[in-house]
Design a binder for this molecule. Structure first.
Ligand code: AMP
Ligand code: ZN
Length: 430
C-alpha cells in the first residue's frame, strides 16, 4: 500500500535530480537569510553556485547540536517571525533546549511524511490510532497526530501513562494502532499480563509504532508478544520535523528514509569523513524542504548504517538499520566502549528477567546493572536467585567485555518511565 506511490518509487536518477534541485534551493535560501550560515560559508569560501552536484554537499559546513543551542531562540530562522506557524523544542537532556520553528508548509510536510510512513505499514483510514506519546513541546505526539488525521484514522490523543485508562480507551473505541515508546511498550505489556488482559482476545490492536529511543530486536519481540501486534520502528528527530523521517514498511526490516525530503550521509564520528556504503557510523542529514529552519549536514549523533540492498516493497528510498545508540551515549568503562543497548540485549534474552532495568556507574569505575525479575514465576524472594545473578553477570561480561555487578530486584521495584527512559546514571568520580 502506498500513500504517494510516484514519489515513493522514483528511480534513483529522478530522485537525485530532485534532491540536487532542492539542495540548491536550500543553500540559496540559507545563504541569503541566515547569518550563521552566511558566516560559515564565508569561512569555508563556498557560494551557492559552487553546489553543482550532490557530491558538492561535502563542501558545506556541518551543523551541530551546539550550533542550535548557541543560536537559541530564533537565530537560525530563514523566514520572518510572522511566517512561523508552530514551535517545538527538543527533549535534549542537558543545557538549553533547541527551538525548532515550522512554517505552514513545514507543518504540512511533516504530517505528509507521517501519513506516508503509516500507510507504508498497512494503516488505512479505517484504523483507530491511540497516540501514547507526550503531547506538548515535543514533536513526537503532535506531528504524528496530524499525520494520522491526514490518513483519516480516528485519532485518540491519549498521551502516555495511566495504563488502566489506556486499556479502557482501547476497549471502548476499538483501538487498532498505538504509538508508544519502547520503555512504555514493555511496561504496558507487563501491565496487561498482571491485569489478566489477553490482547488477542480482549483488544483489537494490530500495529504499534515504536520509537523515540533506541531499542533492540529482542525488545521488539517482547512488545509484539506482550501486546499481540506488529511493531514498526519509527525514527525521527525534532531538528528534522520529528517523527516520519524514517519508518519501517510492511517488511519490518529497516526504515525507509524519505530521501525526497532529507539527504543522508553516514560519517565516521571522529574524523567526519564519509564511510563506505553499508558501514556503521553517524547519520548526518540535510533538510531539502524545510522553509522556516533549514539545516545543512546536521550531526544527529545517531549511529546506524544504510541497508545496501533494495526493499521488496518497491520503495526506492534507502533503508536505515536500527539505530544502535548515539555516538555520544557510548559509555567507557575501564577503557572499554559500551553501548547501553548491548546490555539491554543480554537482559531481554535471559529467561526469568523482567523488562525494567537501570545501569549505574559509580565509584572509580564500577558498573551495577539493576534489573527486575519477571512477574511470571516470581515467588516474592530474591535471595535464592544467586545462580541467575551469576549467570547474568557472565553473559554480560561475554557481551561487553567487563564484568558488572548484577542486582536482581522484585518486579515493580524500579521507577517506571512513560516518556524516554533514563537507563544510565553516571555518578563516577573520574
Ligand atoms: P527528539 O528530537 O527529542 O525527538 O529526539 C530525537 C532522538 O531520539 C534521535 O536523535 C534519536 O537519538 C532518538 N530516536 C528517535 N527515534 C528512534 C528510534 N526509532 N530508534 C532509536 N533512537 C531513536
Ligand atoms: Zn520497504
Amino acid at each position: 500500500m502506498f500513500w504517494d506511490q510516484p514519489v515513493e518509487t522514483l528511480s534513483r536518477a529522478e530522485l537525485e535530480r530532485l534532491q540536487l534541485q532542492r539542495l540548491q534551493d536550500t543553500v540559496r535560501r540559507v545563504a541569503s537569510r541566515v547569518p550563521f550560515y552566511q558566516q560559515k560559508f564565508a569561512e569555508l569560501n563556498v557560494k551557492p553556485e559552487n553546489i553543482r552536484s550532490l557530491a558538492d554537499l561535502r563542501k558545506l559546513p556541518f551543523t551541530t547540536n551546539t550550533d542550535l543551542r548557541a543560536n537559541y531562540p530564533a537565530g537560525l530562522l530563514a523566514v520572518l517571525y510572522d511566517e512561523t506557524l508552530r514551535l517545538h523544542t527538543s527533549s535534549g537532556t542537558t543545557g538549553k533546549p533547541k527551538a525548532l520553528f515550522f512554517s505552514r508548509r513545514d507543518v504540512d510536510n511533516a504530517a505528509e511524511l507521517c501519513a506516508r510512513s503509516f500507510v507504508a505499514t498497512g494503516v488505512t483510514n479505517k484504523d483507530v490510532f491511540q497516540n501514547m506519546m507526550t503531547y506538548g513541546m515535543f514533536t513526537g505526539a503532535l506531528v504524528t497526530h496530524y499525520g494520522a488525521e491526514k490518513v483519516g484514522c480516528l485519532v485518540i490523543p491519549a498521551g502516555p501513562g495511566n495504563s488502566e485508562r489506556q486499556i479502557l480507551l482501547m476497549q471502548d473505541f476499538g483501538t487498532t494502532v498505538i504509538h508508544i515508546t519502547p520503555s512504555y511498550g514493555l511496561y504496558l505489556a507487563t501491565f496487561l499480563e498482571k491485569h489478566g488482559v489477553n490482547p488477542r482476545r480482549d483488544l483489537k490492536l494490530r500495529k504499534a509504532f515504536v520509537g523515540a529511543e533506541p531499542y533492540t530486536e529482542e525488545t521488539r519481540l517482547k512488545i509484539e508478544q506482550g501486546l499481540g501486534l506488529d511493531v514498526y520502528n519509527s525514527y525521527g528527530l525534532s531538528e528534522m520535523n520529528g517523527p516520519g523521517v524514517a519508518f519501517e514498511c510492511e517488511q519490518k526490516y529497516g526504515m525507509h528514509l524519505w530521501e525526497d525530503h532529507f539527504l543522508m550521509e553516514i560519517i565516521d564520528p571522529q574524523t567526519g569523513e564519509p564511510l563506505p556504503n553499508g558501514e556503521r557510523g553517524e547519520l548526518v542529514m540535510t533538510t531539502l524542504c524545510r522553509e522556516a529552519m533549514p539545516l545543512l549536514r546536521y550531526r544527529t549523533r545517531d549511529m546506524t548504517s544504510i541497508i545496501p540492498i533494495p526493499c521488496p516493497c518497491g520503495r526506492t528510498h534507502r533503508r536505515l538499520n536500527r539505530i544502535t545508540g548515539r555516538s555520544d551515549d557510548m559509555l567507557i568503562l575501564r577503557g572499554v566502549n559500551i553501548y547501553p543497548q548491548q546490555i539491554e540485549r543480554v537482559l531481554m534474552a535471559t529467561p526469568g528477567i523482567g523488562r525494567n532495568y537501570l545501569i549505574q556507574l559509580e565509584g572509580l569505575d564500577e558498573m551495577t546493572v539493576k534489573v527486575e525479575l519477571a512477574e511470571a514465576g516470581f515467588d516474592g524472594q530474591v535471595g535464592h536467585l544467586l545462580d541467575l545473578q551469576t549467570r547474568l553477570a557472565e553473559n554480560l561480561r561475554a557481551e561487553i567485555l567487563v564484568k558488572p555487578r548484577v542486582q536482581l530486584l522484585p518486579p515493580g521495584e524500579l521507577p517506571i518511565s512513560e516518556g524516554k527512559a533514563k537507563r544510565v546514571i553516571d555518578n563516577r568520580k573520574l
